[in-house]
Design a protein around this ligand. Sequence first.
Ligand code: ADP
Ligand code: MG
Length: 729
Amino acid sequence: MAKLDEPLRKVLGDKTAKVLASGLDLHTVGDLLHHYPRRYAHRGELTELASLEDGEHVTVMAEVTKVQGRTLTRSPGYVLEITVTDGTGELKLSFFGRKGSYIPERDLSPGTRGLFAGKISTYRPRSGRPVRQLAHPQYKVVAAKNAEAAAQEWADEIIPIYPATKGLDIDAITKSVGMVLDQLELGADPMPELTLKRRGMIDLRDAYEGIHRPKDWDQLGRARKRLKWDEAFVLQIALAQRRLAAAALPAKSRPAIEAGILDAFDARLPFDLTEGQRDVGREISEDLALEHPMHRLLQGDVGSGKTVVALRAMLQVVDGGGQAVLLAPTEVLAQQHFRSITGMLGELGQAGQLGGAEHATRVALLTGSQGAKVRKATLLDAASGAAGIVVGTHALLEDHVQFADLGLVVVDEQHRFGVEQRDALREKVTGGRPHVLVMTATPIPRTVAMTVFGDLETSVLGQLPAGRAEIKTHVVPAEKPAFLARTWERIKEEAAQGRQIYIVCPRIGEQEGDEGDVVQEEGERRSPLGIMEVLPRLEGELLDGLRIGVLHGKLHPDEKEAVMRRFTERELDVLLATTVIEVGVDVPNATVMVIMDADRFGVSQLHQLRGRVGRGNLPGLCLLVTDAEVGSKARERLDAVASTTDGFKLSRLDLEQRREGDVLGASQAGRSSSLRLLTLQRDEDVILAAREEATALIEADPDLEGNPALAEELAALLDEDRTEFLEKA
Ligand code: ADP
Ligand code: MG
């Protein structure tokens, strides 16, 4: 009998075990059982040969008519060509290799029927007609072609198609899985019996049987339901434990007080808070009053006014005698936050200075590039408590940075900080934990919020401040050169009216190690445009006479700061930049965003970039310049961005277009991801239900003492490298 942790070698023998280990990284019985079929073939779904299209992944059922080996002049030296037909058309199968090697010559003789799976391409011989072919298809021989009954059975049979590997065809994997299933010995079911009953779920043995050897689609459906549940549930158990543990920690309570700096700030705000800002503000205010650390994720679309919300939270902590830190991912952003916070606070931020108000505090900026003198003063202000608010970059995390009484950590743009960094800040707090507010401008679909960010409470700023002008977005495609010409005209017109323009390129260009997470697609393409390549053309020709500044990550921080300041103070008309301006940059006078090679960016990135314009009451214009062809995926993506400014809609689209692994941040999507069946795109209801059940279970049995089998599952999950993505949250 074989338990889940039994080495495959013992069940399948050395040879097969070796191939499974090297090709698919499967080592134990459990590994193989969790290597689920990628899909299932079924005669009803088979494609007719006559209707095949290039690039399609297909499974066809056909009969071998001709087998021919050919010696090639070039490597690998030999090709076995097999012609098959299904009566509607012909297809050529090519297997390259050494003569007499593992090539399936002996399996596929004329008259044999088989299933063939692979990607269709067209082979164009030097003479004669082009031929449709499958190169190195996976195959499975199907016997008993003349027996009526067998044919019927065969027609109904569900054939699991496994992600195969070199040296093992589908058949061999199917056989191995069958052997393992036949000998399988399962321990106690990790899932609580009551949960299974309540959710109408089958037991684990039936589930493994049903996913690997389904007799019908219903059985397969039940199996998938059960296994999917397990994935969602164990993940949610892990998250529920983290939430509970965090909630049990001590923190200093910072309740709102009357007539303090927060009230004074509210009184001088030049605008009314939106309803969302007030609601979220209340949630945060209540959290801060608790004696356990707040752990909240604040989501709000670009321009929804998160900074004010965060600042109000910081001021409540200052009122409570504490300090707050705002951690920004880049120097540009830190500087900008510093500017806008000191601006909004006015005299309330000038404690100890002439003109400082009654409840005033001090705001300090700490970045890596500051001179020793400035830095020393800032460190002193932080350590003495004179600075109620400290804005900064990673420099804030260094050991020598001390606080008198750190009460709140605000992290802007979470995804760029890891949990170790949050912990580094927490250690600066004695006698408890700081409250933590994480802000993200990339709207997160609910399923992602419940998984990747599952240990945080979430607040959403759903509406933009009133009076926000609209942003128009247009695709400027290669097939309409007049549009591009018009783009440069338009920029000049805006500049003539005193407005400012951003032009973004995917790369710096003419430099090594470029920045920017540009979308790479298959195939040969020219390299994306760099700003250093574009600059001479803009200066010399297209935008002659305009004042153009350049901003990218490789500049010295002082230069960055200087360029940003010149742009903010309208000494520049155009800012030519990489995605360093993606998040947070706030220059209300900027009205046009031109994105070159826009197809090289992801949806969320484009949305973020677009959010840099239309921030005041001036209408914004966003131009997506691309040579992606009509009908291509890239072009669809751009059309989608042009069609809506709803960040949540776009983030769902982004999620659909990305692989799960990218979403979860796991480095090796696929293999070690605990999510094999569960998808963040389609399984919101499963995730929601699992979250409810898991939360209830952990509240009743925090250490899973009454559920040892589940505790074991959890330990296994946390062991694997995908803790990484939990950690990232
Ligand atoms: P984001 O959520 O993208 O960080 P910001 O906090 O930078 O947005 O706010 C965008 C702009 O809107 C800022 O200039 C800010 O001063 C302004 N703003 C914020 N809240 C309001 C409001 N309630 N009414 C009008 N303007 C607001
Ligand atoms: Mg912001």
